[in-house]
Structure formats: C-alpha cells, structure tokens
Design a protein around this ligand. Structure first.
Ligand code: HEC
Length: 483
C-alpha cells in the first residue's frame, strides 16, 4: 500500500515529458523555501546549501535525509491542527530530489533561478525595542554537573511596557541547554545577586513580585511574537531575570547572552495563560525509568472549568523522551489531537503555534501522554548501558510535559473571572498530584514543601503518600478553601 501510494504521488510531479528536473528551476526554490534558513552562513547548520556547487556535491546525502524525514527538522507531525512555520516537504518535493539525481544533477538555465532570499543578519525579528546584555560573561568549566544560574538584567524603564516578543541570543549556544525569562518587580533578585560574588546567583528568590514567566528559549526554536491582542505586562523599573541551564561541553566556555525585547504600543486586549500537563514538568508523576525499559508512559488529564481558545503548545522533555502528545476530548464527544510528537528529539524543541485559535468549551478534558525510552537500543540514550533514571532538573535526569497556551473566552470581565477559575483548578490539580507521589527531597526544595504540606494535612493512614480516598478528601477540602 505504501509503495503504491509513493508511486502515485511521484507520478503527479514528473515534469511534463521532455522537461528534466534542474537545479535552477526546481531544486533551488525548494532549498530556499525549506533549508537555507539554517544552511547559510551564520544559519546554525554545519554547511551551506545556497549554491549549485555545494548542493551538487551533497546531493546523495540530501536525498537520504529528505527521504528519511531527518531534514528539514520538524517533529510535531501527528496532530490535527496545522502549525505555523511547518517546515515539512511534500512527497512530491522529496521526489524532485531523486528525479534531479537520476537526471545527472543538471544545473539548467541560470535564468530560471529564483531571486535570492534575504535573511536578517543578527536579530531574527528585526531590531529590538530594547536589548539587554548580561553585564559580565559567566565562565563554565570543561566538565562537571549541569548548572542552573540566574542573571539579573535591569530594564531601566521608567514606564510600563507590553512585551509582544522576546528573542534570545546566546554567545555560546553549545553550552545553553535552555533559558527561561522571568519578571522581578521588587528587586529581590538583585539582593540575592549582590550576596553572591560570582556573576549571577544560584537560586531564584520566591515571593511576591518574582517568578512571573515570560517564556523561554531552547535549541531549534524560532522567536515568534504573541498573537494579535496579547502581550506580557512589564511594569516600570522591573528587572528581567534570565535563568540559564548550562550543560558543560568538555572544554571551558564563556557565556554572555543578550535578549531583545519587542514592545506593543497598546495595553493588550486579551489575557492568556498556560496549562501544563503533567504539572511541574512531571515532578509528581512518579517517573522512574528502569534500566533498559523501552516504554515508560505517564499520562495526565485536566478538565477545563471554563471555555478557552488554545493558540499554541510547548512540549519539553530530555534525551530519553520518546513521544509526547496532547488531545482535547470535547463535551460533545469529539476529540482533537492538539499536538503529537511521535519521535521526540531534544535538539529540536519548538514552541508550536496553531495556525488558528482552537475553541475548547468548558468541560473539555485535556489529556497529555509522555513516553520515555531508556533502552540500550535507543540512539538518544546518553548513558549506555542504561541506568535507573528518575525525575530531576539535570539533562541526564528526566522530565516531560506539554504546556497548552490558552485565552479565556468572554469580554474583559468574564475573561478575568475565567482566569481566576482556571488558576484555582490548576492549583488544585497540582496539589492533588503532589500528594500522590514521592519526590526525592533533594530534587526541588520548593515543591518538596508543597508535597509535605499536602501529606501533613491529608495523609490519614500515615503511610507517607496520599491514597485514592485521601486524595478525594484533599480535593474536596481544597475546593472549599481555594478562592
Ligand atoms: C532549522 C534548521 C535546519 C533546516 C531548516 C534544515 N537543516 Fe539540514 N541540518 C541542520 C543542522 C543543525 C544539521 C547538523 C546537525 C544534524 O545533523 O542534526 C543539519 C544537517 C543536514 C545534513 C547532513 C546530515 C548528515 O547525516 O550528515 C543534510 C544533508 C541537510 N541537513 C540537508 C538539509 C536539507 C536538504 C534541508 C531542507 C530540505 C535542511 N537540511 C533543512 C539544520 C537545518
């Protein structure tokens, strides 16, 4: 069946009889559309594919990687919703490469070449409204454990702003596993930073005014503005906190990142938030990968207490993540696969944006599924022979979850009330999960405390975890006390 289909689609694109596939007319436009954003000078790929000669020489490798779908890199291939910036080639486009090689890789008539495509050198989204740079470089030693380090970037802004987009530019991308951005309106992070002699500081202070997230950066991600009418609020005189997860490369490195902020000129008309399943990147999902286990599955589900419009999703896992998906089960019985990554690759993480907003009525059940492969056969396994792996913050630990970005429905007042309801339901879901699993105390002090509190209050039989009935009771009491 598969072969038949393949021939059927190839047949469609064989150029009219007598016309052979040429570089200038057929291949160059394809490379321009799907490849040279990375395969050009400064584009991040290890070689360029922007002229006849380099393409001719690499033709066989190109055919191999486009047929296997290794290139262009794009991993969210199974969902029902079209995604912005989908880089995948059509079957007919893949076939053009093999036709071209069969024809002897002819250049064709240079007059058929498409006009060259311009790429912004430097900032991908254009010149930012404000550029913030780490005031000193952070020095990372050749090896040792991963490091989480926070850096204060004062904005010096005297008026409030509305952030439409953030672009992150690391100076040594090889050492940055990922970066997250936060707002600090109270200068607390500065105090912690001053007490630490090295650049930056280790642990984010917790409390009012800190910790509101502004998104992040991972390798392979493209910076993208928020949809029309949405923005992150940035109060006057606040600081941006840059939290970087460093992964040593085997030689000493220095990192001095820059972030570019792009402002909207008006107050945003709509508010948005995200729902992460499982919450806290799976910290409370009892993740425990046995050495050699080829498939460990964690699922989590959450019922929407209010109607929302979903506009994007952000998956995250580490090396052993195998697949991630999120499905919405609507109250009318319909199901929508919002995101499906059947073959996760930590090197190509994207924040995905839906091509249109997806209305999800109140009562919709969101279901997330994350699968890990800790077998020796997995080429992504960083430790072979495999070892036992549990949840943790380091790259060699594991985590996994999907954030769904949503806008509550309704006018301003209704949306504000809906936002509150959503936040309560999310907290309740978190405490519910926290109570049901043991998390190693050294892993994450803050969440360890949350769990301890849940256990102290609801663990009636004293066995150290919350069983089903205890959780039901916890859920009911929380419903009564949460605002
Ligand atoms: C988003 C960036 C990006 C895009 C788009 C992209 N590539 Fe790549 N490509 C890379 C990177 C980075 C590597 C090297 C790392 C790797 O092999 O994973 C690479 C590697 C390759 C290789 C070498 C593979 C090997 O096994 O040696 C080929 C050939 C290639 N790309 C062809 C293409 C073609 C053809 C397209 C378009 C149809 C394309 N790439 C689109 C980033 C990209």
């Amino acid at each position: 069946m598969r072969t038949l289909l393949f021939f059927a689609t190839t047949a469609l694109v064989i150029p009219a009889s007598g016309e052979e596939v040429t570089y200038s007319r057929d291949i160059a436009p394809l490379l321009q559309k799907n490849c040279i954003v990375c395969h050009r000078e400064g584009g991040g790929a290890p070689f360029e594919l922007d002229d006849f000669d380099s393409t001719r020489r690499k033709a066989n490798t190109i055919l191999r990687v486009v047929e296997s779908r290794y290139m262009p890199p794009w991993h969210a291939i199974g969902g029902d919703i079209p995604l912005v910036g989908d880089r995948r080639l059509e079957e007919s486009e893949v076939a053009l490469f093999s036709k071209w090689i069969e024809a002897g890789r002819p250049e064709g008539d240079p007059a058929d070449m498409p006009p060259p495509r311009d790429f912004p050198s430097g900032w991908q989204l254009g010149e930012p409204d404000l550029i913030l740079t780490m005031d000193e470089a952070y020095e990372l030693s050749a090896d040792g454990p991963d490091i989480y380090r926070n850096f204060v970037l004062p904005t010096g802004l005297l008026t409030e702003k509305h952030i439409k987009a953030i672009e992150f530019r690391p100076s040594s991308p090889e050492v940055v596993h990922h970066a997250l951005f936060y707002v600090d309106t109270k200068g607390r992070a500065r105090e912690v930073d001053e007490a630490d002699p090295a650049p930056g500081f280790a642990e984010m202070p917790v409390g009012e005014g800190t910790g509101r997230g502004l998104g992040g950066w991972v390798p392979g991600a493209s910076p993208r503005p928020l949809p029309e009418g949405l923005a992150h609020h940035l109060p006057a005189e606040s600081d941006i906190i840059l939290q970087i997860h460093f992964h040593p490369t085997g030689k000493p490195e220095k990192e001095q990142s820059r972030i570019g902020l792009y402002f909207g000129d008006r107050k945003p008309e709509r508010q948005f938030t995200s729902i992460q399943l499982p919450p806290v990147f799976g910290a409370f999902s009892g993740l425990d990968l046995a050495p050699g286990a080829a498939e460990t599955v964690v699922t989590d589900s959450f019922e929407l207490p209010v109607a929302v419009r979903a506009f994007g999703a952000h998956p995250h896992s580490h090396y052993r993540g195998k697949s991630l998906s999120m499905t919405a089960h609507l109250p009318n019985g319909d199901s929508i696969v919002l995101l499906d990554i059947p073959d996760w690759d930590m090197d190509w993480q994207e924040e995905y944006r839906f091509a249109r907003e997806i209305p999800l009525p109140a009562g919709t059940r969101l279901e997330a599924r994350v699968v890990w492969d800790n077998s020796a056969e997995s080429s992504d396994n960083p430790v072979v022979p495999p070892v036992r792996v549990r949840w943790g913050l380091e790259s060699l630990d594991e985590m996994g979850s999907i954030d769904l970005f949503v806008i509550p429905e309704g006018d301003k007042k209704q949306a504000a009330a809906a936002m509150k309801k959503l936040s309560t339901a999310r907290k309740e879901h978190l405490v519910w999960k926290a109570g049901s699993h043991i998390i190693e105390p050294d892993k994450l002090a803050l969440f360890g405390k949350l769990r301890d509190n849940a256990i102290a209050r609801f663990d009636a039989n004293g066995d150290g975890i919350l069983g089903r009935e205890e959780r039901d009771l916890a859920r009911k009491s929380l419903q009564a006390v949460l605002p």
